[in-house]
Design a protein around this ligand. Sequence first.
Ligand code: NAG
Ligand code: NAG
Ligand code: NAG
Length: 443
Amino acid sequence: MALQAPAAPARALLLLLAFAVSASSSTHSHSHLVSAPAPVPETETTTGSSSSDGCGCGPTPPPWDFENQKLTALYSVIQTFKRTITSDPLGVTSTWVGTKICDSADNGTAYKGFFCDHPPDSPPGTRTVASIDFNGFHLRAPTLAGFIDAFPDLALFHANSNSFSGNVPDLTGLPYFYELDLSNNAFSGSFPDTVVPLGNLLFLDLRFNGFSGSVPAPVFALSVEALFLNNNGFSGDIPDSAFGSTTAEYLVVANNQFTGPIPRSIFNVSGTLSEVLFLNNRFSGCLPYEIGLVEGLTVFDAGGNEIKGPIPLSFGCLSDVEQLNLAGNQLYGHVPDVLCALAKTGKLGNLSLSDNYFHSVGRLCMELVRSRVLDVKKNCILGFPRQRPAMECAAFYADPSKHCPFIPHIPCDLPGFRPPAFAPPSKALPATKTTGHGGGGGN
Ligand SMILES: *[C@@H]1O[C@H](CO)[C@@H](O)[C@H](O)[C@H]1NC(C)=O
Ligand SMILES: *[C@@H]1O[C@H](CO)[C@@H](O)[C@H](O)[C@H]1NC(C)=O
Ligand SMILES: *[C@@H]1O[C@H](CO)[C@@H](O)[C@H](O)[C@H]1NC(C)=O
């Protein structure tokens, strides 16, 4: 399974360019995405300067002191932004002086956070700012509008752990822009619609802000490799049609107020989606059979929701899955061996099913409980320690509104398990994606 191939030669160049200039790339690791980021230091110092213009900017150097015209123009953009910064505890902006805006490319220390390279369409000698990386700078400014949108050749903007707020600027005029990280800032209000038309966007990270309201459907259909919306106040359903078109390899909507079912169109992202985190929302409905059709899925986390139903046997086809978290839902029935076998035949290392209503586990599952790969506490399993009170279990099973249909089909070949009656001859056929309702299926 590969990342989406760049669409055009221009983008291939661009990727090289921007990856070359971006020393600290955002982390994609599961645990980093939802754990709380480092707190912002309490110390507040303003951009300490006693000069008359209030920012230590000094008189504007003459244009011929700059490497080229593009940088001459960017000088005033940077100095104007510098004047709006109200907090700079690390003294970063004190390096934003002089004419050597591309100092970092020459291993210098001026203009911390700015990285230059030649834009793909320009001859050598026209270096300009291609990437801005303010990760961890703890800067505060009321808006980024008029700043990042004023760098015509910008490809990346990373601003993890600052205190930026206001409107997210319209970046549709930046032809090379493809990576936006505004995580752990002070943004609020509705989803920044301005990012939606960014057809080239490959990476969008808005996690740990105060955004709220619904996420426009086209966002899920952006051709991104990573979409991080977690730890905001987003609500509403995830539209089934848009979700089925997502190109994301990493998709995290955890810790919001999303409602509605897990989109069944998830089957359509087989081969691209690798890690998906739905945890701690208000997702409901039955656990979709179609999840088991997503080849290459390594992390599936839907813990802490209101999802119902038995575990579909299709989950036994998730041969790459390493972490599967369904804890804290309203799942019930038998925990099937076809799933637990993945700890031996596949890569399953952590299966969390605690705080549900399961009534029994398979023989292989029992072994996983003993080896602590599988957590089944707070369920309805007779004879197991730390289960729910019997009355609570009886009440749950008596309530027909909690029940979902069970599809006993296994849509892949699993040695040792009874093959489905209508199994296609080869796993490679697209027919493995059919949502077959017939079929025998093992347990
Ligand atoms: C900057 O440092 C790198 C690695 O140490 C080196 O390869 C490169 O030549 C240096 N560039 C300049 C302009 O000094
Ligand atoms: C499946 O993905 C293709 C390509 O992205 C898209 O055109 C189609 O609408 C998607 N179908 C569903 C059901 O999501
Ligand atoms: C397994 O996953 C659960 C839920 O994601 C997590 O709370 C737990 O710490 C994990 N256990 C191990 C041993 O990684």
